[in-house]
Design a protein around this ligand. Structure first.
Ligand SMILES: *Cc1c(COP(=O)(O)O)cnc(C)c1O
Length: 342
């Protein structure tokens, strides 16, 4: 029986079309900036977001870490939500790579407000506390279950950043999910942020790669920082070709992932063993069993059907829909959920 892997949208494998694009890519040494396909991908994304420059990175973590380095000096502080990926899931890189601390904000599903940003800025002339220099937002939020920011709130945060001379970075690992769900355009985001990282290997389905976007001034040192972090790559146009293919073919289909996520949520909500399903805005479903002690049994019932999901601990379970979860698998999964009894 074919495995149904719903742990993450990173488990996808390249499709035939994407493999074809990879196989036929023109490549060169990207450390010399001589890989035509990497250059094409970077130009394509910069244009899409209306930003000056883009730089290809092996991972989203490295793109975020480079951005934080570009915005800060050691001993400074950035403001982010307590659930932020940059704080929780990048191995402590904020302190290791940039010598910066995080002021954690108690936001809503991973999202913070302009008022919260303002409250958390240390007074710049009070030299006892770290100098606040950067705000990091995440859209969609990972730990927040794929929640999307309200663009109006981001505009307010931008204003606060302008008033207090703070940089504004977006961890947009799943930004295309947010744009698609909200009907927003990349250019609206390009106007509001100093830097944006986007992942090509999540919902867009490439084997690897993220891109950091930014305006000229801030990006001036980006290639040097990438080198320092060990992210200079050679004939990586093969992977950039997958990225170009993904941008051309895999953005609109994110709607399917969102639709299926909502359908899974509806079926889960109707099951007697489920306590709550969090609001589903994109491709992530977070839910809780009524009885946490039944978790192992629940996971076992799924395993028997060759279905994998994530257990995030403390009764929190997660399902993520993606490119390698087509309609027939979806129908099968819904049937399995309806037959489980705990
Ligand atoms: C996946 C992800 C990243 C980057 O992860 P990598 O595995 O390093 O590519 C960054 N931010 C968020 C919110 C993510 O979900």
């Amino acid at each position: 029986m074919e495995e149904i892997d719903l742990r993450s949208d990173t488990v996808t494998r390249p499709t035939k079309g994407m493999l074809q694009a990879i196989m036929t890519a023109k490549v060169g040494d990207d450390v010399y900036k001589e890989d035509p396909t990497v250059n094409e991908l970077e130009e394509k994304l910069a244009k899409m977001f209306g930003m000056d420059q883009a730089l290809f990175f092996p991972t989203g973590s490295m793109a975020n870490q480079a951005a934080i380095k570009l915005h800060t000096q050691p001993a400074e502080q950035l403001i982010c939500d307590k659930w932020a990926h940059v704080y929780n899931y990048e191995g402590g890189g904020v302190s290791f790579n940039s010598g910066v601390s995080c002021k954690l904000v108690d936001g809503d599903r991973g999202m913070i407000t302009a008022a919260q940003v303002e409250e958390n800025i240390n007074p710049p002339d009070f030299y006892h506390s770290p100098l606040t220099s950067l705000v990091c937002l995440e859209n969609t939020t990972n730990k927040g279950g794929g929640a999307c920011y309200d663009l109006e709130e981001i505009k307010k945060i931008r204003k606060v950043c302008n008033t207090h001379n703070l940089g504004l970075h977006l961890d947009g690992a799943r930004l295309f999910n947010a744009l698609q769900a909200k009907g927003e355009s990349p250019k609206e985001y390009g106007k509001l942020f100093d830097t944006i990282s986007v992942c090509l290997s999540k919902g867009l389905g490439t084997p690897m790669g993220s891109v950091l976007l930014g305006n000229k001034d801030i990006m001036k040192n980006a290639i040097r920082v990438r080198k320092v972090l060990g992210g200079g790559m050679r004939q990586v146009g093969f992977m950039a070709a997958a990225g170009i293919y993904a941008l051309d073919n895999n953005i609109h289909r994110l709607d399917d992932d969102h639709k299926r996520a909502k359908e899974i949520g509806a079926v889960l909500s109707a099951q007697s063993y489920i306590a709550t399903v969090e609001t589903i805005e994109t491709n992530i479903i977070i839910f809780y069993l009524k009885d946490v002690s039944q978790e192992a049994d629940f996971m076992k019932s799924l395993q028997k059907e060759n279905i994998r999901i994530s257990n995030m601990g403390q009764g929190k379970l997660r399902i993520v829909t993606h490119l390698d979860y087509p309609e027939e698998m979806h129908q099968k999964f819904l049937e399995v959920l309806k037959t489980i009894t705990l």
